[in-house]
Design a binder for this molecule. Structure first.
Ligand code: F6P
Length: 520
């Protein structure tokens, strides 16, 4: 097999020519039908990417040479594709797709237990508030989904989150709540995460006499949760084949089930299941997550972009870029291949914020800023919701108009000649025209959801999960480990012990001075 450096440099060679996106629309009258894909409520428009048929053919050839179909089959069959941790990767089994008979049985039993528990809490009426304690994958998914469920579902209990070890996180979570009416859900796959254990202890102190009865745990480390003081019948398990950043579909979503109801959560799982089946069964050239991944490879390895913006034009998806930062950067932000060799360029920086807010902040850079990418700025994924869930049609139309205008402006730009013509004989035309012109030809994808339903949200998140997997296969990295988070954790433990003891230990001069500032 040809090595990845050679394969990916052939993509760079293919991309080393000027492609005008606007001209592609003129030349290809059927461009829209060829570059738009749909799965259920999710439509993806890739037509504003700097991508033509030759590029697409090269990318599909790359996918074949990287054995993508074989890797996809391995993933769904439950093979141990997380090689460095020797684990299968089966978050799709939580949605009823893939895995062994044993996986299916344990998932079905747990789904029933979670739904029964959520129903009981909801009908009992004792609890009015939930504090969900967890960080990273034990926080970002539930937090994103809770915001998004607000569009279409009724929240029966107040749902607060405590993630950061900063005391402000716990203080904000408990503020104004009555311990007698509050259920704390401690969520940690490992049950070894410093932030979560400390927040769990502080919330237990705050619960006072209700500490043991008002606290449950969600974990893949039952012993750890018991050692923390949570009794066995209050522990909800998940499995080592569910990665933290892929875990919102598991018992990690229990707070969501309690707050919004098991039926809403089941719709969310069904939406992801539809995307799983699409990804598993569609040929590569008609496969939405594959297309999304290949477009990303084109922008990263072909056009040389170092970052990817994700801008949801939906306030209730405002955590989406933060969620994707973990999903994509923790999965594929790696420099060593599965075999321990140096990779070529892998995951770009993922960033973004909600539209329209971003238009009044970083869009200046998107439209006119330079970057190492061939056409400047950064590729953007726009995400819009077609249905108005807020009963404010004028606002909704304005929101969508802004979204559509931005992708058009990024593509079309405004040439210096046009600006000069508009300025006529202005005395400062030579100085001003370059400042007022827009290079354009900046690539974007627009994803639309028919509605922000739980089902559509399931489609959206699963789309990015599978995109991440495909890119990991092409970059030849293990997308399911995260060794890069370890070193800082270890050093933080050492530094914390030393600071607790009032000493600064042996460190570089800068670190020592910082520690002394804090302990003196
Ligand atoms: O530090 C990174 C990480 O290990 C993530 O991968 C994970 O989602 C997060 O910490 C939280 O881990 P846990 O669920 O084990 O507390």
């Amino acid at each position: 097999m040809t090595d990845r450096h050679t394969l990916l440099s052939s993509i760079a060679s293919e991309a080393d020519r000027d492609i005008s996106i606007a001209s592609l629309f003129e030349a290809e009258t059927d461009r829209l039908s060829r570059f738009v894909m749909r799965e259920g409520p999710l439509r993806a428009d890739f037509s504003k990417q700097a991508l033509d048929d030759a590029a697409l053919a090269a990318l599909l050839d790359l996918a074949a040479k990287c054995d993508l179909e074989e890797w996809r089959a391995k993933l769904f069959s439950g093979e141990r594709v997380n090689t460095s941790e020797d684990r299968a990767v089966l978050h799709m089994a939580l949605r009823g797709v893939g895995g062994t008979a044993e996986n299916k049985a344990e998932v079905a039993a747990m789904r029933q237990r979670l739904a029964d528990y959520a129903d009981a809490i909801r009908s009992e009426g004792k609890f009015k508030n939930i504090i969900h304690i967890g960080i990273g994958g034990s926080d970002l998914g539930p937090r994103l989904v809770a915001d998004a469920f607000e569009a279409s579902a009724d929240q029966a209990l107040t749902l607060r989150f405590a993630e950061n070890v900063d005391g402000a996180s716990v203080n904000d979570a408990v503020k104004g709540l009555n311990p007698a009416e509050t259920l704390a859900v401690v969520v940690s796959k490992s049950f070894g995460t410093q932030e979560t254990k400390m927040n769990g202890e502080s919330v237990r102190d705050w619960l006072g006499e209700f500490g043991s009865s008002n606290m449950i745990a969600v974990t893949a480390n039952r012993d750890g949760a018991e050692a923390f003081g949570i009794s066995g019948e209050n522990i909800f398990d998940f499995w080592d084949w569910v990665g933290g950043r892929y875990s919102v579909w598991s018992a990690v979503g229990l707070s969501l089930q309690i707050a919004y109801g098991p039926d809403v959560f089941a719709d969310f799982l069904d939406g992801a299941r539809a995307m799983d089946l699409h990804f598993r069964d569609q040929p590569l050239q008609e496969n939405l997550p594959v297309m999304m991944a290949l477009v990303g490879i084109w922008n990263r390895n072909g056009l040389g972009y170092g970052s990817q913006a994700v801008i949801p034009y939906a306030r209730r998806l405002r955590k989406f870029s933060a969620f994707l930062q973990q999903l994509e950067m923790e999965s594929n932000g790696k420099s060593a291949t599965r075999a321990g060799k140096a990779t070529t360029l892998t995951c770009p920086v993922i960033w973004g914020d909600e539209g329209t807010n971003g238009q009044h902040a970083f869009f200046q850079w998107l439209h006119q800023g330079p970057s190492e990418g061939r056409y400047g700025g950064a590729p953007v994924d726009f995400v819009a919701v077609l249905k108005d869930h807020e009963d404010r049609p004028a606002h909704h139309t304005a929101l969508l108009a802004n979204c559509f205008a931005q992708s058009e402006a990024l593509m079309l730009g405004k040439s210096e000649d046009v600006v000069r013509a508009e300025m006529g004989g202005h005395a400062d035309v030579d100085a001003l025209a370059p400042q007022k012109s827009f290079p354009g030809n900046r690539p974007s994808t627009t994803l639309t959801l028919d509605a922000l339903s739980p089902n559509a949200l399931g489609h959206l998140i699963a789309l990015y999960e599978h995109k991440t997997f495909v890119q990991g296969v092409i970059w030849d990295v293990n997308s399911f480990d995260q060794w890069g988070v370890q070193l800082g954790k270890v050093l933080a433990t050492t530094i914390l012990d030393e600071m607790d003891a009032g000493q600064s230990g042996i460190h570089d001069a800068s670190t020592t001075a910082l520690m002394q500032l804090a302990i003196s």
